[in-house]
Unconditional design. Sequence first.
Length: 152
Amino acid sequence: MEALHANAAAEGESVLDYFRIVRTALMSAMTACSEAGDARGVALVSGQLIATLEKIGKVTGEISAFASTVNITNNNVAIINSPIFARLQAGVLRALAPFPAARAAVMAELRALDAEMADAPARQPKAAPVIEHEPLQPPQLSPCPIELPSNA
């Protein structure tokens, strides 16, 4: 567990990597509880595991905004805060480690971009998509050919 934490911290990884560390620990705990026959422990750990998986799904986009009740889209912030952008940013900084001047220049630009995005006015959210449809007419059914019993 400490090795995973140290790896994520040393490489400047994103919050997604920390969620993955938590997921790994919870999976191990759930397996241990299950093997020990601890049903209560399995229930407790699985609840936390489900919450962590939901958060991972939201970060990665697997759980879409259509499932939520609030749908606010700010494309600039969504790109900068994406896990792929965070990995790209960390990779560029690792690649520039041998070149301190270039690394400092890139860091200054990234910080300027962060400041620019923080000062950008919020955009109005788009209307939620609607599925157009025509109501179906119920089929015309013929009366039942079987007579009901007289005592019904």
